[in-house]
Design a protein around this ligand. Structure first.
Ligand code: PEP
Ligand code: MG
Length: 559
């Protein structure tokens, strides 16, 4: 028996079963050059294969939002034009032209230092793989042959592989690659399959056919368990299933404690797909729309109309508020079409609101688009990385100018649109009282706040152990922000990762947090925790935790 601990489960659940090792083969092109006379035949073959692949992804898009992006890739004229150039100009056969095109486009995405965008490379490869299989006359993928209940162990799974899984036979998924926003993670959550991703080296450790336990709740893989271990995990799996069914039944109920404290449960999203995926969780709205993804996925700065269409569609898909965070790039987030100067300390550099206030036309384009979308729903504006009253005043002046411009063009907007800030810098915490008087809401960004309060880079593995939002310094800062917001009569939300942390929910509730915004899949657990403990108890817990001077004491209290 061997126990392996995994950092972060991607989709919660527990499975026990036989390991099925799946090694993906890259479909190599039959490297071939063609005669100049054969180019139109070759283009015909390519177009037929593309059209057939497209028909299939259109069918799949009706079942899963992820494939909507695949339809866009299949329709991308850039792919067709690049392949055509290679066939007609370089006399390559369709397979070789496609392989080179796929590799070139994927390499561009892979070079971007952003996990979400790197995933787009996987999408391109997946769609091109589909076309390649058709060119080569192959059908199905390797996982289609699974004929007994198994836990799938592999390096990675494409969305097409995942969609092709027989979920009555696949009990769980373990991959050695990928992060929590990888498609296999998202789709596993959607299918309700237990999954861990990024389990480095797992395909070398697990022998095919051996029994394994996948505990994607606490993050453990047990290879070849003894009878006692198997029994104890079987009980855990049963309890987990019962709890999950109970949680699902709560989706329509308010996030309210037994003694009547009602809070909002909202989702963090990056695009319309996420919005649609979050709605079935019974959310009160979107507490953080990371608008930068719209910019990252575009070929250039998105126009006002493009942004307007995206924000309008998002608010129309939602039951409640849509808090759009204005462009937050710089730091670790880059744009493929914009050159950021090298900086010694990017996290302390030209990012977020600083960049927007310098590139005021880019900022105004976004604000006008948000204002126009506010005519169609409860759209709200949120400025990131604010550090001072002066900076906030400047942002509010730009917003006022945009309101005049939108009005001047006769476009509708909500003149009462709510505007808030992210409190994610120690400076904002210290002047929270003054900032609160100027905005309609606060939202605490604990990801950045933790990094800046503790002086620990949020993306640096070597100091990852010190990045701890349960540090009393961070918790006291959070509490101070809630108090300052409430003293000024404004609601305080949290959209950093801490809001969805099961150990933090009751503590934050007790501190008086009004809105919790998190990854949609975390919402059922948060709702359960809120509904199962009184506000009075939560307040006592918060008071006790705020007296702690060390992380150890905090963790002891929170269990
Ligand atoms: C945060 O900093 O907590 C936050 C929510 O923003 P991001 O993670 O996008 O920086
Ligand atoms: Mg942040």
């Amino acid at each position: 028996m061997q126990k392996i601990t995994i950092k972060k489960p991607a989709s919660k659940g527990i499975a026990i079963g036989e390991a099925f090792l799946y090694r993906q083969r890259k479909l190599e092109a039959d490297r071939g050059l063609i005669s100049p006379k054969a180019t139109s035949r070759e283009m015909g073959r390519f177009k037929d294969a593309l059209a057939s692949a497209r028909r299939r992804v259109v069918e799949l898009a009706a079942q899963s939002e992820i494939f909507a992006a695949h339809v866009e890739i299949a329709d991308d004229p850039f792919i067709l034009e690049t392949v055509e150039l290679k066939i007609t100009g370089e006399f390559k056969n369709a397979e070789l032209a496609l392989e080179e095109t796929s590799d070139e486009i994927a390499a561009r995405f892979e070079a971007i230092d952003d996990e979400y965008l790197r995933e787009r490379a996987a999408d391109v490869k997946d769609v091109c793989g589909r076309v390649m299989r058709r060119l080569k006359g192959l059908s199905g993928t390797g996982v289609a042959g699974i004929d007994r209940p198994v836990i799938l162990v592999c390096d990675n799974l494409t969305p097409s592989d995942t969609a092709g899984l027989d979920t009555s036979l696949v009990l769980g998924i373990i991959t050695s690659e990928g992060g929590s926003t990888s498609h296999v993670a998202i789709m596993a959550r959607g299918l309700g399959l237990p999954a861990v991703v990024g389990a480095e080296g797992i395909t070398d450790i697990v022998p095919p056919g051996v029994e394994i336990i996948l505990d994607a709740v606490d993050g453990t893989i047990v290879v070849d368990p003894d009878a006692q271990t198997r029994d104890s995990y079987a009980r855990k799996a049963k309890d987990f299933g019962a709890r999950r069914r109970a949680l699902a039944a709560l989706a329509g109920l308010p996030a309210e404690t037994p003694d009547g404290r009602r809070v909002k449960l909202c989702a963090n999203v990056g695009n319309l797909r996420d919005v649609k995926g979050a709605v079935p969780y019974g959310i009160d709205g979107v507490g953080l729309f990371r608008s930068e993804f719209l910019y990252m996925e575009s070929q250039g700065f998105p126009t006002e109309d493009e942004q307007f269409a995206a924000y309008k569609a998002a608010t129309q898909a939602l039951p409640g508020e849509l808090v759009i965070r204005t462009l937050d790039v710089g730091g670790d987030k880059s744009l493929p079409y914009f050159r950021f100067e090298e900086e010694e300390n990017p996290y302390l550099g030209w990012r977020a609101i600083r960049m927007c206030l310098d590139m005021v036309e880019v900022f105004k384009t976004q604000l006008r688009a948000i204002l126009r979308a506010s005519a169609f729903g409860d759209v709200r504006i949120m400025f990131p990385m604010i550090i001072s009253v002066e900076e906030l005043d400047r942002a509010l002046e730009v917003l006022a100018a945009c309101k005049r411009e939108v009005e001047g063009h006769g476009a509708g907007y909500n003149p009462e649109i709510k505007c808030g800030i992210m409190v994610e810098t120690p400076a904002a915490v210290m002047v929270a009282r003054e900032l609160a008087g100027k905005v309609d809401f606060f939202s605490i960004g604990t990801n950045d706040l933790t990094q800046y309060v503790l002086a620990v880079d949020r993306g640096n593995r070597r100091v990852a152990a010190s990045f701890d939002s349960f540090h009393p310094a961070v918790l006291r800062a959070v509490n101070a922000v809630i108090e300052a917001g409430h003293a000024a009569g404004i609601p305080v939300a949290m959209c950093g990762e801490l809001a969805g942390n099961e150990k933090a929910v009751q503590l934050l509730l007790g501190m008086g947090l009004d809105e919790f915004s998190m990854t949609a899949s975390q919402i059922p657990d948060a709702r359960y925790l809120i509904r199962n403990r009184s506000f009075a108890e939560a307040k006592d817990l918060a008071a006790a935790v705020l007296r702690c001077g060390s992380v150890t004491q905090v963790r002891e209290l929170l269990g």
